[in-house]
Design a protein around this ligand. Structure first.
Ligand code: CMP
Length: 138
């Protein structure tokens, strides 16, 4: 069993599709084992995305991520990191396959509805950024 961190971003919360996003994971047999709604400060968003700190989109991304509430989730399943990435679709919604979350709901490469960890190492770091073991019910 593997774990990953997913975030319904402020645009997903604003579009009132939290439930749709979670359903798309659950329908594929992926389990939600931790979940919380919170508002990121700009500092907390910067810390989360620190690997992108030198990218030109860093300020805009962290402004967006702190612009409204988000839902952070720990998901569990076999090969869940790759499977969640498949369900989300490509980062750029223009390149996302039909039927993926970003293809159906995202407006642009930044406001792309949902985040999912991209490796086991990053999943562990990202999960511990928001959750302690006691918050996780795996
Ligand atoms: P995410 O999967 O959360 O990981 C990093 C985020 O940065 C990404 O989704 C997008 O929201 C954002 N992002 C990645 N590339 C770009 C880009 N070229 N321009 C603006 N935002 C980007």
């Amino acid at each position: 069993m593997q774990r990953t961190l997913s975030i319904v971003k402020p645009d997903g919360v604003g579009k009132q599709i939290i439930g749709k996003v979670i359903s798309m994971f659950e329908e594929k047999g992926i389990k939600v084992i931790g979940m919380r709604m919170l508002s990121l400060t700009r500092e907390k968003a910067k810390g989360f995305y620190r690997v992108h700190k030198d990218r030109p989109f860093f300020d805009s991304l962290t402004d967006f991520m702190s612009s409204g509430p988000v839902v952070v989730m720990v998901l569990e399943g076999e090969d869940v990191i790759n499977r969640v990435r498949g369900i989300m679709g490509a980062t750029d919604p223009k390149k996302a396959d039909k039927g993926t979350i970003r293809n159906m709901f995202a407006s642009d490469i930044e406001k792309n509805i949902v985040h999912g960890s991209d490796s086991p190492e990053n999943a562990a770091t990202e999960i511990s950024y928001f959750f302690s073991e006691m918050d996780i019910n795996g």
